[in-house]
Design a protein around this ligand. Structure first.
Ligand code: GLU
Length: 527
């Protein structure tokens, strides 16, 4: 089979990471299988769909390298075909227009078909019985059934449903007398507008049927038909509803696999009937579990950056975001995490998509971004960090050659470009200090004495001898003279020199600062 998948976003301005992950999974699936990845803009909601929103969407996709095949399909331009399909269903009895009060035209409603005996999407699930509230009459007509159901505690809930879920329905009154049998009436009911009203009903007994499909990711999914209603497919104003447009376009675009968020599972139960009614095979479905926050709830803007544009403007690399999102709910089956696009394409299968929700972890994304930053061409990295430092407003008077050296030292230690602001201590004597760490260090006599020794030792040596080796040697001596375990003076020195608790190796940092700055800072620290 030639794979054809689509990404079908509704352009509403922002592109949520959950949506773009859906696009990524579709893209990977298509590229892996040598199929087509199509873009369908579901712009039926005229109020919310704007050209600006479409531009944002295309920009995000371009930035992430999600190239699509064929022309973009704009759903809004296909309304005539959608309405045509509805009219066809009207004319052959698969849909109806209910009687409405007032001058407004009636919507078109798709009827969940009564006869599902030969449908591979519907199966018999057993016999069911429910208690009915006798206070409310039961109404049965071609548009469905309405009643009030009683639960065990006697609470009454109004319900309405399609007739399709009530095969072999027998209705009994409070004294157990059979008052209605659907099988005897169904021909009549479906062929005219009359509504049968039954008072004092107490019990339904019926054969439960359910609509079922095999989801590539979630396995078999089923929903009892007696909980489903017929659905509006064209509004009274003549505009097609999402369900109809979505299915018609999947048919039109010859989509073989529908890979989308699992917030659409409930829609799929309905869409299955629409495909069948329109005479087309049902595509294969794969519903992707939600991306969730730390509390397991759907990840939203409230939890932090949630839109692709947020990550882009914060300086995340598209390859890193792409890689990270690929692993959100999917894994290659081994312990690989950092994977090139080619490796992802090669390894991607829907079967390996996890059926449980995927937790978004900004730290993991940061680590992934750091790995991609470390691999950047140093010249490009320098240019980009220089540009960001410039936009932070602190590059005036700084020597670019020296900046490039710092960039080289720091490249493997970054997670995000804006962190370039933490390099300021290389360039300025006035820099931000971790006050808590500094205070703690100052209270530590041994370390202060050892730092004093380092200062004296390095000051007495000739300028030409200021090197990685001499720095290291001097630190080791200071440690041993002050009874400090080897290596334990590195961190205090870092705090004294940079005000920070993290950074590059301390010898390299001191070397990069140079003799003059290093001595000056140690002096300042001690005084
Ligand atoms: N336009 C729908 C949405 O953005 C997508 C529907 C689909 O993928 O089938 O949720």
């Amino acid at each position: 089979m030639d794979i054809r998948v689509r990404f079908a976003p509704s352009p509403t301005g922002h592109v949520h990471i959950g949506n773009i992950r859906t696009a990524i999974f579709n893209w990977l699936f298509a590229r892996h299988g040598g199929g087509k990845f199509l873009l369908r803009v579901e712009d039926t909601d005229k109020e919310r769909s704007t050209q600006a929103a479409i531009d944002t969407l295309l920009e995000c996709m371009g930035w992430l390298g999600l190239d699509y095949d064929e022309e973009i399909f704009y759903q809004g331009r296909n309304a005539a075909a959608h309405v045509g399909a509805a009219e066809k269903m009207l004319s052959n009895g698969q849909a109806y227009r209910p009687k409405v009060a007032g001058p407004e035209p009636a919507p078109v409603i798709f009827r969940i078909p009564w006869d599902t005996d030969n449908s591979s999407s519907v199966r018999i699930a057993g016999d069911a019985e429910i208690q009915i509230d006798p206070a409310m009459p039961v109404k049965i007509g071609r548009t469905g059934i309405q009643f009030s159901q009683l639960n065990e505690k006697g609470k009454s809930t109004e319900r309405s449903a399609s007739l399709a879920g009530y095969h072999q329905l027998k209705i009994f009154d409070a004294s157990g007398v059979l008052v209605f049998e659907i099988e005897k009436e169904i021909g009549n009911i479906l062929n005219n507008d009359a509504v049968t009203e039954l008072a004092n009903c107490a019990k339904f007994a019926f054969q439960r049927r359910e609509v079922v499909f095999k989801d590539i990711i979630k396995g078999e999914l089923a929903k009892p038909l007696d909980t489903m209603k017929d659905l509006v497919i064209v509004r009274g104003d003549g505009t097609p509803v999402f369900h109809l447009a979505n299915v018609c376009d999947d048919i039109g675009q010859k989509i073989t696999h529908i890979i989308r968020g699992d917030d659409h599972v409930e829609n799929t139960y309905r869409h299955i009937f629409l495909f069948a009614a329109l005479g087309f095979p049902i595509p294969q479905y794969g519903h992707l579990p939600m991306i969730v926050n730390q509390a397991g709830k759907p990840y939203s803007k409230r939890d932090g950056d949630a839109y692709v544009g947020d990550f882009r403007s914060k300086g995340y690399l598209p390859e890193a975001l792409f890689n990270y999102l690929s692993l959100l709910g999917w894994s290659p089956g081994d312990d690989r995490e950092k994977m090139s696009r080619g490796e992802l394409v090669e390894a991607f299968t829907l079967e390996r998509v996890k059926s449980s929700s995927a937790q978004f972890d900004i730290n993991k994304l940061g680590n992934m971004n750091g790995q991609y930053m470390a691999e950047m061409d140093p010249a490009v990295f320098t240019e980009k960090t220089w540009q960001i430092a410039g936009s932070q407003g602190w590059t005036a008077g700084i020597d670019l050659t020296y900046f490039a050296k710092i960039a080289k030292l720091m490249q493997s230690r970054m997670k995000l470009f804006p962190q370039v602001s933490t390099w300021k201590y290389f360039f300025f004597d006035e820099f931000e200090k971790d006050e808590k760490a500094s205070a703690k260090l100052l209270a530590d006599r041994k370390s202060v004495d050892a730092i004093k020794y380092v200062l004296e030792n390095l000051s007495s040596g000739p300028e030409s001898e200021f090197s990685l080796d001499s720095i290291q040697k001097s630190i080791r001596e200071a440690e041993s003279l002050n009874g400090i375990q080897e290596g334990k003076l590195n961190q205090p020195l870092r705090i004294a020199l940079t005000g920070q608790t993290t950074g590059a190796g301390i010898y390299e940092t001191a070397e990069m600062l140079g003799r003059e700055k290093t001595l000056k800072r140690l002096k300042t620290f001690i005084s």
